[in-house]
Design a protein around this ligand. Structure first.
Ligand code: FIX
Ligand code: ZN
Length: 439
């Protein structure tokens, strides 16, 4: 440890030892490991939502990322695959991607990391040992253990008020869980109104196919009642690469006249995840979506038109990342978050995160896991810590070279901001479980 102490009593880290170039990486790794992250977007569900929550080896292996990779490495046809049982599907994927080929992709390596985290064989010819292990786990205790292994204190769910399996659970009342935050997900209402307006009618709302007449005020009433029922910390929607705002469409009208005002009424942000090319290959089902470059002027117009609203924005196209950083410099009601979906690969995460640090300092949310299966948070956050450590360390080394002494508390403050307080403040969440060992 260098003997240099920060002399200036008012400086941050006053009295703290100044870190030398060699010590910075270890300090960054230490603070990344010690900080429990908030996972701001997942498809995980709290225990009181029962079977909606996916976990265990067969769910891990049949993750749609791996299904997409299966069809590149086996002669199996999608139509044959969908006739298989969950277990048969998992066996087929294990054989093709983990036995007959080296699991070098980000998603297959992820499964290896999870098996390894539980001390399970990673190169077996079958999944017998892993199945035995997961069959022996009690869900609640397993969830807490997985969160500890992943270094996350809490996750944000994706809750669909029109989902036929999920909605009735909320209507009957569910036990809240401080480690699982609800989000009101509105894809069916905003992107698929023609297919879903009748579900609102069935829930007692006087809406119609054209979303005319009192439909907008009824959607406002629907959102208000679901906000009271679910207490969401934000509302969210994924949007296609063709998304435009304003535009002559039911989506743009419901967004402007119902969703945006409702978010203001309940004091919560709206999350827009932009750039999906839905079902470019429907035969692959969930694995059939693609990505496309979007016209982000829609974001510019939303931030300009609704300065009282806060927008959590993630964009799917690599080509949109720089623009998003520029817009974030223009609008402080815009919070960029995550390296979403096809961007969640270390090589791309590096590029996006460096650009964001250079353009936004620490005023962004670097990552979310998008976990669909519980144990995925283990490898997705391990990858994030492993990828970001050298990037953050290099940033501090440059700062020191430019003449500003760096201390451990600088690093701790910034990492807490990136992975906790930026989100807590933007959504108005109280901060508690910040650090490993905290109460
Ligand atoms: O829209 C979303 O929330 C996407 O994350 C998902 O639909 C997508 O299927 C996914 O799992 C991405 O990781
Ligand atoms: Zn998602």
């Amino acid at each position: 440890m260098s003997s240099t102490i920060v002399q200036n009593p008012t400086a941050s880290g006053a009295g703290q030892p100044v870190l030398g170039p060699q010590e910075i990486l270890r300090a960054v790794e230490g603070e990344l490991a010690a900080t429990r992250f908030i996972d701001v977007h997942t498809h995980l569900f709290m225990p009181s939502l029962g079977k909606l929550g996916l976990w265990g080896i067969d769910e891990l292996i049949t993750y749609h990322y791996l299904e997409a990779e299966l069809f590149r490495s086996s002669d199996l046809k999608p139509e044959e695959y969908w006739k298989m049982s969950k277990r048969e599907k998992a066996d087929a994927i294990w054989r093709a991607l983990f036995v007959e080929n080296a699991p070098v992709s980000e998603a297959t390596r992820g499964v290896v990391a999870v098996l390894n985290a539980f001390g399970l064989p990673t190169n077996g010819s079958d999944l017998a040992k892993a199945r035995e292990f997961f069959a022996g786990q009690k869900q609640e205790a397993h969830i807490r253990r997985v969160f500890d292994l992943a270094g996350v204190s809490e996750v944000v769910m994706t809750n669909d008020p029109l989902d036929p399996d999920e909605a009735p659970l909320w209507e009957r009342g569910v036990e809240p869980d401080s480690q699982f935050h609800p989000v009101l997900r509105l894809d069916r209402i905003l992107n698929k109104w023609p297919e879903h307006w009748r579900v609102l009618v069935a829930q007692g709302y006087a809406v119609n196919d054209g979303a005319t007449g009192q439909s907008v005020s009824e959607v406002r009433r629907f959102l208000a009642e679901w906000c009271k029922r679910m207490q969401p910390i934000y509302m969210a929607v994924s949007l296609p690469d063709t998304f435009q705002f304003p535009e002559e469409s039911t989506r743009a009208r419901l967004l402007a006249e119902a969703v945006v005002p409702s978010c203001r009424e309940f004091g919560i942000p709206l999350s827009l995840m932009i750039g999906v090319r839905y079902q470019v290959n429907p035969a692959l089902r969930l694995a059939g979506d693609g990505a496309g470059k979007a016209d982000l002027r829609a974001v510019e117009r939303l931030c300009t038109a609704y300065p009282e609203n806060r927008f959590l924005i993630s964009v799917l196209s690599r080509e949109n990342q720089h623009e998003l950083c520029v817009y974030a410099r223009k609008f402080n009601n815009l919070m960029p978050f995550g390296c979403w979906w096809f961007l969640n690969n270390p090589s791309v995460v590096e590029e996006i995160t460096r650009e964001r640090l250079e353009m936004l300092g620490t005023s962004f949310i670097p990552q979310h896991s998008d976990a669909r299966v519980l144990e995925q948070v283990i490898y997705k956050w391990r990858n994030t810590r492993r990828t970001l450590a050298p990037i953050l360390a290099n940033t501090y080394r440059l700062l020191a070279e430019d003449g500003r002494p760096v201390t451990r508390s600088d690093i701790q403050r910034d990492i807490t901001r990136l992975f906790r307080s930026n989100f807590e403040q933007f959504v108005g969440l109280r901060g508690e479980h910040g650090r490993v060992g905290a109460a």
